[in-house]
Design a protein around this ligand. Structure first.
Ligand code: SF4
Length: 509
């Protein structure tokens, strides 16, 4: 805010207000180098900009057209001085479909979204496609749910379309809760209209007239921008009773989550929208048949929806040509932990972990060795160094005991204790367990006690076997996904770093 204010003051002082405008966008992705300023038309990319740099930017660049060299991006080795984003490895190795408008347009101005082909996919759907044609397009694209499980999106849409009901709902899960994850937040803050457009398309396809975005209250900027976007879309006739004059009726409202991780689980989310305590319930019935308020319901997450307008506009074949055989398109990851370029990246499916860590992420700080990356947050597992060259896609990650998850990627270096990492994630699920079913409520606590004593050097013989037995039983008997996947971080670290558990027990430290 101070930087924006300083830039505006300088622009006014130099009487440039008619020629230059400061636009606040969403996240550009390279959080490590923020605050970022990009000056157009050159696309000059300045990083770590402070309010006191505003004078130089205005007097040198804006007034005299001279690049302020000292603010340009420098790579880790400080060898290159690239001018624009496209010349930087962090960006030019990415493929931005979901994040296409993030950091580019003003998310509070619907005209900018429209100027970037916004709402054209909705127009195409409403004026020339049947419901089944829309669903077939999504099916053909191969899009799978980006919330973690990877269920085919088109099939989900088909189930909700085929379900019988006098009223149907379209929901968006924007209750991003994994530690270290901020993918959905960036889309909500940087391109909220893309979500509204996609949900309206989904509403048409499945026959719903009401949508709800369940967004966490801890994302105040996302909530603010969603509210602005919804009001603008209503004003422009893009939400409401007669969209594009076609007679199609669809509206969207927000529901704010109060911070319970379990409310990201689909049945708990729907219960929370109904105004009740957010607790999971057994499935079946599945949401497609009996979802929120007992009606057929379609539920996807933010990133899944954000792909939809692009698929409609560019065609399913275009989308299916990106990625691998069974994992199409791109995936957004929030890179964090022991990595030089912490930030938000979007890569084609099939990119190797090595490319993400070293080419895009700039490697490990202080030249330390990469040890593992945790994907899938508290439900996922670690990917050790031996799989650095494995392509990142849904099935390969499951095969090695991890999962795609929603996109959090936390990097560990040689100094990290993997037992401690497993303990961190288990502590998280113990804190967030809703307490409804004993395997999760009691079982994960017992596992945590064992991990505590192992880390404190008080581990006993048989502790590892006990952990494995508990993990197996919890996975088989917990009611919802939170409990069923809670043991995963322990199981995957045991699989690849068992020697660290054994060393703690043996050496008593
Ligand atoms: Fe609640 Fe855990 Fe049971 Fe899910 S598995 S219902 S979070 S106690």
């Amino acid at each position: 805010q101070q930087l924006i204010e300083a830039l505006n003051n300088e622009i006014e002082r130099l009487h440039l207000s008619n020629e230059v405008k400061v636009v606040q966008t969403g996240c550009l992705g390279l959080c490590e180098r923020g605050p970022n300023v990009v000056i157009y038309p050159e696309g000059a990319y300045y990083c770590h900009v402070k309010p006191e740099d505003a004078r130089d930017i205005a007097e040198e660049h804006l007034l005299k057209g001279r690049i302020v060299q000292r603010l340009l991006y420098r790579d880790i080795a400080e060898e290159h001085l690239p001018l624009s984003l496209n010349e930087i490895d962090f960006y030019n190795r990415q493929r931005r479909i979901v994040l296409k408008n993030c950091g580019v347009i003003d998310p509070e101005n619907i005209e900018e979204y429209i100027g970037a082909d916004g709402y054209q996919a909705l127009a195409k759907v409403l004026t020339g496609m049947t419901q089944q044609e829309v669903i077939d397009t999504i099916k053909k694209s191969g899009l799978r749910g980006r919330g973690g499980a990877g269920f085919p999106t088109g099939l989900k849409w088909q189930f909700t379309h085929d379900a019988i009901g006098d009223k149907k709902y379209v929901l968006c899960n924007a209750d991003e809760g994994d530690p270290g994850a901020f993918m959905d937040r960036s889309v909500l803050e940087g391109d909220p209209h893309a979500l509204l457009e996609a949900m309206t398309i989904a509403g048409y396809a499945v026959g719903a007239d009401q949508g709800y975005i369940y967004v966490r209250a801890e994302y105040p900027l996302a909530v603010k921008r969603l509210n602005i976007a919804i009001n603008q879309a209503r004003e422009y006739g893009l939400l409401g009773s007669n969209i594009f004059g076609t007679g199609f009726k669809f509206d969207i409202d927000l529901r704010l989550g109060a911070g319970a991780f379990v409310c990201g689980e689909e049945t708990a989310l729907m219960t929370s929208i109904e105004g009740k305590r957010g607790e999971p319930r057994p499935r079946p019935p599945f949401p497609a048949n009996k979802g929120v308020f007992g009606k057929p319901t379609l539920l996807n997450n933010v990133e899944t929806y954000a792909n939809v307008p692009q698929i409609i506009l560019n065609g399913p074949e275009w989308f299916a040509s990106i990625g691998t055989d069974k994992s199409k398109g791109t995936k957004v990851f929030a890179l964090g932990g022991k990595i030089n370029n912490t930030g938000l990246v979007e890569i084609p499916m099939g990119t190797t972990l090595r490319e993400v860590i070293y080419d895009i992420g700039g490697g490990i700080p202080q030249g330390k060795a990469f040890k593992a990356a945790q994907t899938g947050g508290p439900s996922g597992g670690c990917i050790p160094a031996q799989f650095l060259d494995m392509p990142i896609e849904y099935d390969s990650l499951i095969q090695i005991g991890s999962m795609m998850g929603s996109g959090g990627m936390i990097v560990m270096d040689e100094d990290n204790c993997m037992v401690d990492i497993a303990r961190f994630f288990l502590q998280f699920t113990v804190d967030e367990s809703c307490g409804k079913c004993p395997p999760c409520r009691i079982g994960t606590k017992r596992m945590l006690e064992i991990l505590d004593r192992i880390v404190e050097g008080k581990g006993k013989e048989g502790d590892i076997e006990l952990l494995e037995t508990l993990a197996k039983n919890i996975k088989a008997s917990a009611l919802c996904g939170l409990g069923q996947t809670a043991p995963n971080p322990v199981l995957s670290t045991l699989k690849y770093f068992r020697d660290e558990y054994e060393a703690h027990i043996r050496d008593k430290k």
